[in-house]
Design a protein around this ligand. Structure first.
Ligand SMILES: *Cc1c(COP(=O)(O)O)cnc(C)c1O
Length: 731
């Protein structure tokens, strides 16, 4: 029996369908998501990290029987069941009309090293993963035939705790796949489907799990099997853990293992989408399979592989983690290049920026650019930066002619819009608003929402954010065994009436998490202004190996304890998708101050706009395209930090940007926020909230993004043709 039937059998008859819902993440983007499962048992729901399968398995039968005779609950369940059935069987989808040539029999295969679908599936670390999750969700909603391919990490990304000195401590928690919305993929006789591949001169057997994301199946590779060497069982242990050697081993597994699994599952891809370089080795295995089937040489099949493969780059620098030394390539591929009938030199040349330079390391982005028919960056600015970086691969072309375009990232609107706001949109934009989100005229109707109503709902979400922050900070203080006075002080932490700025993302140094405190005295004055105070909520992890990032967190923790700031600066530990949702839905302002142009796109600010929050950001990534100013240069839908002043001197740039940020906070933001009408509604502010929603929602969403991938990348035959660089390698 498959796990869905097993769970079904455990449930009282009228609730059986909950099993089907629990095993498909579709439920997580319905407007019913807040109560459907939580109402069954709020405590278990919280402790199992919102994993519906674990919930249904552990809740008492008594409670289930009670629900099985609750007419309200049954009615809701029935309505949801009908919606789900209609969704899963819908024939007339956007993609069936716009791209009938992509058939479910020959789907697009989307490779990525991390996927952020939901907090209960912790196999993501940040923006790349959440983007990949949102990509699959919109592909499902639009009816684009797609499957995802990734790795199932036993311990996922690390968990964060901060000790008394504010230093980040990392720990890991084992996932129990058997009690998650995952199915081990089995063959006809019930045996797990596996493939074998050689990694570090050992045979590794790989099994595969399936997570359902609406109509899209996400396949996740797993090496944690008893018949593998103990070291190889750890291949899928942790996301971005270990050293360079672990990294290349995981990339070999994802690429080559992923392509082999597709063959074992008999999935014929029409397009392979390599999302960021980690999966680029897949292109080699696809070539090898093609050679095996046709008997042709690598040189012959290389063009065919390229015809079916596309690449998205997310990196705005030539990163060290993007390349592997020749030694390392030898130890992983010495038994592989003979299968491609290539010599060592020919093989290594596939990843060399400059041909014929024996000291060139092997670049996976280089491999991906060479072996795909089209490549794109993730915002307009990032496209430009990528053309500049990779011009080196196209020495006879000018920068403008480098064949890398861009498709700007978005977010999955139905996931990131709070149900309270969705409900408002349903009232004023129309019941089916969420199916027409790319239509700007629809969003113009935001102006019809009464100011007081929009403000009231925003205030509810902000109160929830503050209650959540207090509860989390309290738990952290208890965990650290802080003094009773400090724990009692939680009740004074943050004030729902105060202008609230959120900053949450990875604490990579380039994101400059502490910029707002650069001139400490000045920031003190601004935050503790008696008439117009400001409070800050931070959240985010630093990579375990990133001491500089950890020092930024430590400094923020000092400020959280500063006598003047202790009630108005908070840091929420252990950032994840759940915390992200509460933050982006509840803040007044979202602050983003990376070193330009290092934020390839960024997406968290887009989530904020959907919920009526306002962005205050450096003009980097998507905000370059999203920000709108009036003729006299003041922001209409948010603020631009540092405007267009850019220098390569980091100190000076930090100075310029901090100065600009202070200026915005002092002269514009707080004044606009605290300027209230007779009913206490900040009309100027609400106007900006509406501008933020209207200008962002129709464009910076994954429906628009996936539609562009479908029409411009997956099905387009006018993709940029790249001079076959490989032919020169082969000769
Ligand atoms: C959206 C999201 C991100 C991306 O954040 P950026 O600041 O845009 O890079 C990272 N982590 C989580 C959990 C998210 O939800």
């Amino acid at each position: 029996m498959n796990p869905i039937s097993q769970l079904r059998a455990r449930l009282p008859q009228p609730l059986r369908y909950l099993a089907d819902l629990a095993y498909n993440y579709w439920w997580s983007w319905t407007t019913e998501r807040l109560s459907l499962f939580s109402i069954i048992d709020p405590n278990i729901w919280q402790t199992c990290n919102h994993n519906p399968v674990a919930l249904l398995e552990s809740v008492s039968y008594e409670r289930l029987s009670q629900l099985a005779e609750d007419p309200q609950y049954l009615k809701r369940l029935q309505s949801l069941t009908q919606q789900f059935d209609a969704y899963m069987t819908e024939q007339d989808t956007w993609a069936s009309r716009a791209a009938p040539q992509i058939s479910p029999e020959r789907p697009i295969v989307y490779f990525c090293v991390e996927f952020g679908i939901h907090e209960s599936l912790p196999i993501y670390c940040g923006g790349l993963g959440v983007l990949a999750g949102d990509h699959l969700k919109s592909a499902s909603d639009l009816g684009a035939p797609m499957v995802g391919m990734g790795l199932l990490y036993r311990q996922g990304y690390f968990r964060q705790r901060l000790n008394r000195s504010g230093w980040q401590e990392d720990y890991y928690i084992d996932s129990d796949f058997d009690h998650m919305p995952l199915e081990l993929v089995r063959g006809e006789y019930g045996q797990p489907i596996t493939v074998k591949l050689s990694i570090r001169q050992r045979m590794v057997r790989v099994q595969v799990w399936k997570a359902r994301v609406g109509r899209v199946d996400l396949y996740l590779l797993d090496t944690d099997r008893e018949d593998n060497d103990p070291i190889d069982r750890w291949l899928t242990g942790r996301l971005y853990g270990g050293n360079r050697e672990t990294r290349i081993a995981q990339e070999v597994l994802l690429g080559i293992g992923g392509a082999k699994i597709l063959q074992a599952l008999e999935i014929e891809a029409s397009v392979f989408h390599v999302n960021e370089g980690h999966a680029a080795f897949a292109l080699l295995e696809i070539a090898r399979q093609e050679m095996e089937q046709t008997g042709e040489s690598f040189y012959d099949v290389e063009a065919k592989v390229r015809e079916r493969a596309v690449f998205t780059t997310h990196t705005p620098v030539q990163a060290a983690y993007d390349v592997f030394s020749a030694d390392m390539m030898d130890s992983f591929f010495a038994d592989y290049w003979p299968k491609l009938d290539l010599t060592r030199e020919q093989f290594l040349a596939l990843g060399a920026r400059r041909l014929g330079d024996p000291w060139e390391p092997f670049g996976i982005t280089v491999l991906a650019l060479r072996m795909t028919r089209t490549a794109n960056g993730v915002s307009e600015l990032h496209g430009r930066v990528s053309r500049q970086i990779w011009n080196i691969l196209y020495p006879d072309r000018s920068e403008d002619e480098v064949p890398i375009g861009h498709i700007t990232n978005g977010v999955h609107v139905r996931t990131w819009t709070s149900p309270l706001m969705s409900d408002l949109y349903a009232q004023y934009l129309g019941e089916d608003w969420s199916r027409q989100i790319v239509n700007p005229e629809l969003w113009a109707k935001v102006e019809d929402i009464p100011d007081a109503e929009l403000w009231r709902r925003h205030c509810i979400l902000k109160e929830r954010l503050i209650a959540y922050t207090r509860a989390k900070v309290k738990q952290s203080r208890l965990d650290r065994r802080e003094a009773p006075d400090d724990i009692a002080a939680i009740d004074r932490l943050l004030d729902p009436k105060t202008l609230t700025i959120g900053f949450a993302r990875r604490f990579s140094p380039y994101k400059r998490g502490a910029l707002i405190f650069r001139d400490f005295q000045r920031s003190l004055r601004i935050l503790s202004n008696a008439k117009r105070p400001i409070q800050l909520i931070f959240s985010g992890k630093a990579h375990p190996a990133d001491d500089e990032g950890k020092r930024i967190i430590q400094r923020l923790m000092e400020w959280c304890r500063h006598p003047t700031l202790r009630d108005r600066v908070a840091l929420v530990e252990d950032y994840d998708i759940h915390t992200a949702k509460i933050l982006v839905q509840g803040v007044d302002v979202w602050l983003n101050n990376p070193r330009r142009p290092l934020e390839a796109s960024g997406t968290s600010g887009q989530k904020v706009s959907l919920n009526g929050g306002v962005n205050c950001s450096v003009l980097d990534g998507w905000w370059c395209e999203g920000y709108q100013a009036s003729a006299n240069g003041t922001g209409l839908n948010g603020w631009a930090i540092g405007e267009d002043m850019h220098t390569s001197d980091q100190e000076i740039q930090d100075q310029i940007d901090a100065e600009s940020l202070y200026h915005i906070l002092e002269t514009e933001m707080a004044r606009l926020f605290y300027n209230r009408d007779a009913n206490g509604v900040p009309q100027g502010w609400v106007k900006m909230m509406k501008a933020s929603i209207r200008s962002t929602a129709p464009i910076f969403n994954t429906d628009r993004m996936v539609a562009e991938y479908v029409t411009q990348i997956y099905t387009s035959d006018n993709s940029v043709s790249i001079t076959p660089i490989l032919s020169s390698v082969m000769s």
